[in-house]
Structures are given as structure tokens and as C-alpha cells.
Design a protein around this ligand. Sequence first.
Ligand SMILES: Nc1nc2c(ncn2[C@@H]2O[C@H](COP(=O)(O)OP(=O)(O)OP(=O)(O)O)[C@@H](O)[C@H]2O)c(=O)[nH]1
Ligand SMILES: [Mg+2]
Length: 653
Amino acid sequence: MKEDFTHRLQIYSKWKADMIKNIKAYQDWLVKHELNDAEDDLRVFEVIDGLNSDSLTVAFVAEFSRGKTELINGIFFADYQRRLLPSAAGRTTMCPTELFYDLEADEAYIRLLPIETRADDMTIAEHKQNPMNWTTTPLDVASPGKMAEAFNEIVKLKSVSTDEAKRLGLYVEEPDEPPPSEVEIPLWRHALISFPHPMLKQGLVILDTPGLNAVGTEPELTMEMIPKAQAVTFILGADTGVTKSDSDIWKHHIIPHIDTEKTGITVALNKIDTLWDELKDESAVASNIAKQCQLTSKALNIEANKVFPVSAQKGLLAKIKQDPVLLEKSGLAALESFFSNNIVPAKQRIVRENVTTKIGGRIEGTKNLLVGRQDAAQQQLNELQSLSGKNTDVILQLMNKARDSQAEYKKNVENFQTSRHVLTQQVKTVLETLSIESLDKLIAKTRSEMVGSYTTAGMKKGMITFFDGAKYTMEQVSWQADKSNELVQAVYQRFRDEHNVKDIQPVLYSTKKYSAQLSRLHKEAEAFRNSGIMTMTEQSFVVKKFFVSLVSHARNIFFQARQDAETWAKSVMNPLAQRIKDRKKQLDQHLDSLKKIKSSREKLEEKIQELETMCADLGDQINTIDELLKAIYTPLPETEPTQSPKNTEKVAV
Ligand SMILES: Nc1nc2c(ncn2[C@@H]2O[C@H](COP(=O)(O)OP(=O)(O)OP(=O)(O)O)[C@@H](O)[C@H]2O)c(=O)[nH]1
Ligand SMILES: [Mg+2]
């Protein structure tokens, strides 16, 4: 089964590689035909970069000791014939752990972020930009024993004074107990494991998390890392059922932060082997498991076919011992095939949409330009063909017509330059409103409202200031963007009328995406404020962390909105400028041809032939672009329908 997932990842990687090849070919083609400009080059590089660094994240989340790590061992690392990542009773995984392969460095390592960095204002994402802040140890991949030993770092603890633990937000005071002088805290804040496993090399990232109700869970994990995953698997224990703590995690840390349209959620009801009973017949056991799944699906309010009964431990054992009967019984294969059949195709769809929105329009624009050239060449060809056997007067008439067109063209260019200038002024106001400086002022104001009162009330006030301010700014931008769009549309309309072209349409700038992101962030912030975390004594620390990640998130949204506006402003008129340039060239060439034909009638046949070759060449170029468009818009071959796990079919209501 695992081969299935690997195989799908391979097909997906190949699709990405082909996409990169096609886009590069397009870029080369643009350069060769002198049709590229700096903005387009940048966008193409961005898309290629995005495809190169694209990854697919599967996150495993749960209360502690539900078997997250064991499930990862069983699904992905059974080939190593042992339990590769440490899994044991009680709290084991002490820091979020990302398993991936660092293709750029092409090295296996474990990189650990010291727990003390919790005291600073930097997010984990920001720390990732700077390997100097981490402790890096190379991994000896030839020795599973040595690797398992290196991975043991992620379960390590150390003793610190209670004050130090408080400073790091890792100590919660018990109301009736005197604080101890020392407490045990995790040694590391975050772990990155680069490991040359075939699936990880294909871009898979596995996120293992510590029990989410642990003291000091950083909001960055629940608000950023988990929501960004393409798949989230929530794990429960069949021995414990859905406890209050499980249900709190599900309600407060998972559901409010996940966009179910984008993220595939599955629930693994683990440890079903605890329900196996050799004294009962198999059907009684199966119906007991099915009942548990049904209860789980009801308790979490999730479709029954998303609940997978599994035994991670027996699955791992079955794979190591190569026991197909036990493997089947462990239910691991059903969960794996769900991953293969659903996660990869969903991911490919998102990536393809991203490529098409970023450069699809540009490629279509290129095609329209070529069709425009072909039409113009065909028109000239028709004119020249109609000249054979005609006298000089007719040629003179055509020359006059061409000169009139040139004069008209000149006037249109002047109009175009004026509109371009007006648009530049208009866009300036959009960019000014989107300035990071004004957002930073808002952040400072919010901070001053919250500092010293990291309480529910202080936080509520701060959040109202922040989101009202951010929303207001975005509305302003949206209003100004509408005005810019109207202007652009008017310029295009005029261009279409004056130049008699039908197919040319502008790309418009929209803040919709950013407003939606902001309101999502707002929703997450509200969910956070209403969550149980706010009543915990360590609140000031967690709230501060929350604020840090909220601000970095909001800043990113504004930064992206501004960058997009800048790129848009620079390139929105390019298709028209390109057409104008083309038109000038065509008019000049045509007049030149007519002059030559007038002085020597033998030239007529030569010019007709030139135009015929040009039309044929343009036809070839249009075909090439069509192929490229087809490659970009075609999804991966149809996948098999979603498979339901055997046991839950019985419980589907
Ligand atoms: N019987 C049984 N025990 C399991 C199964 N899966 C995991 N366990 C045991 O449950 C305990 C916890 O497993 P882990 O994989 O460490 O759990 P975790 O969710 O990663 O826990 P934390 O890292 O503490 O958050 C270990 O002793 C495992 O051996 C299973 O399918 N059946
Ligand atoms: Mg674990």
C-alpha cells in the first residue's frame, strides 16, 4: 500500500517537473521573440520557485499518548525494521517535529531549536530562516540504531528553576500546592529532521506534534503549522474513547483553524487491538469496533467514512514481520490508501490553480498577441494579393491608407500615454494605503493596549483595535482598487474601439483574497480568545505568543497584498503596450513593402511569399502555445474513487 502513496507522489513529482519544463520553455520562447519583460520574468521565476519548493504536509495531532508517533512509524518508517521515532507510554514527543528532506542542502540532519528561544519574540517560522539559531547534528542514515538514538533528542527534558519555567511559559501554578523549586521542561522547542526517505524526497513533510493540551503549546502550531497542512489526522485511543480532553483539542485547537475545503481531515481510532479478544468470535469484535467508530463519528461530528479504525502498533509489527493477515487486521492499509487517493490529487489541484492564476492569463495574452499578428499579416497578404495586375494608382491609394493609419496610430499612442500616467497616480494611492509603516503603527497601538493586561478584557480590546484597523485599511484599499480597475477597464475599452481588437482583456486587481484571509485570521483569533487557554494561569505567556504570531501573519497578508498591487500596476498595461509596438511595426513594414512594390513590380511576389511564410510561422507558434496551455490546465489522470475503510462501511448511517 505504501508503494501506492509513493507511486502517487512520484507521478505528482513528475507532473511538477514537466510543468517546470514547460514554463521554462515558454520563458525561453518569450526571450527569443523579445516578448518578455522584467515583471513577467519575475512572475515566471516565482512560479518555478514555488513548484521547486512545493511540499505536501501531513500533520498528526492528538492528546498525548494516543499513538501519533507510532502511527508515523507504522505508515512511513516500517522499512527500517524497528521503531524509528521514539514512542512510549506517557508524554513522549516533547516538541513539534517536522520530518522532510532538505533537497537544497541534500543532507540528512536533525536540527533543534533550544527551548530558551521561547522567551524571544520570534516565531518558529522566522527562526527557520536562520539555521544559526538551531543546533544541527548530521544523521548517519546507514545505521537505523544511530538514527533512532539521534531522534531521541525530541523526548529529552531538563530540570530548571520554577522561575525559569515561568519565564518560558512552561509552568502552571496549582491553586492549592506550593510551587516546587525545580520543574522538568522540554529541552527543545522545535525539531526539523531532514531524512532521505523516498517519500520525503518527493516533497512529503510529516508533522508530529506533542499532546496538544500540554502546557505551553504555542499558538503558532495550531494557528499556522496545522492549518497549512494538506492533511490532518486526529488520533484517538480505542482504549480511552473520546475523552473530554480529546474533545477539547478537537473543538478548540483543530476545527476552528482548519479550512475543510482545503485540508483533508481523517480520524484514526487507534489501538483497536485493545478490543481484540480471542475469547469472542471475530464478528462480535468487528461489530464492537464498528460501534466505537460510530460513536467517535457522532462525538466529533464527522462523516463515518473519515473515521479509520487502526492499530498502529500491530500494523508496524505486521510490516516488520511481514505478516499480511495481521497487517489487514491492523487497518493501516485503509488509512494509507485514503491518503494516496485523496491527498495527492487535492494538492495537485491547488498547485495547478496557483500556476494558472499566476501565469495562465499571461500565456493566453501571448496567444492573443500571436493571433493578432497573424490577423494583421493575413490582412496585408490579402491586400498584396489583390494588387496583382492592378496599376500604380491602386498602390498609391493603399499607401495613402497606410499613412492615414499611421497618423491615427500616433494619436492613439498619445491617448494611451496619458491614461497610463493617470493610472500610475491612482495606483500610488493604493500602495500608500497598503504601506507596512501604517500597519506597524496599528500594531504598536494594539500592543500598547494589550501590554500589562494580557487578560481576556485587555485582549478583547486590543483585538478590536487591531482587526477594526486592519479591516478599515483593507476596505480603503479595496475602494481605491475598484477605482483603478474602472480606469483600466476604460483604457482597455477605448483601446479595443480604437484599434479594433476584440480579444484583449485586462487583469484586475482584487483585495478579496486578502480580506478573506484577514477575516479568517479574525475568526481564529476569536476562537483562541474563547478557548480554554484564556483561563489558564500561564495566559500572559501564551497570549503574548499568540499576539506575535497574529502580527506576523497579518503583516504577511499586507505585505503580499502590496507586492501583488505593485506587480499588477507594473504589468497591467503591458499587453496594450505590446500591441501598440506590434501595430507600429506592422504599419511601417506594410508601407515599406508598398513603396518597394511601387518602384519594382517584381517585388510583389517576393513580399507575398514573405507574408505567407510569416502566417505559417505564426500558426506554428500558436500551436506551441496551445500545447503549453493544455499542459497547464490538464489535471492528473483521474484517480480511483475514495475508499472507505472496511469496518466503517457497516456504521455509515
Ligand atoms: N495497544 C496499543 N498500543 C499502542 C498503539 N499505538 C501506540 N501504542 C502505545 O501507546 C503509547 C503512546 O504511543 P506514542 O506513539 O508515543 O503516542 P503519541 O501520541 O505520540 O504521544 P506523545 O508523543 O506523548 O504526544 C506507546 O506506549 C505505544 O506503544 C496501538 O495501536 N495499540
Ligand atoms: Mg509522540
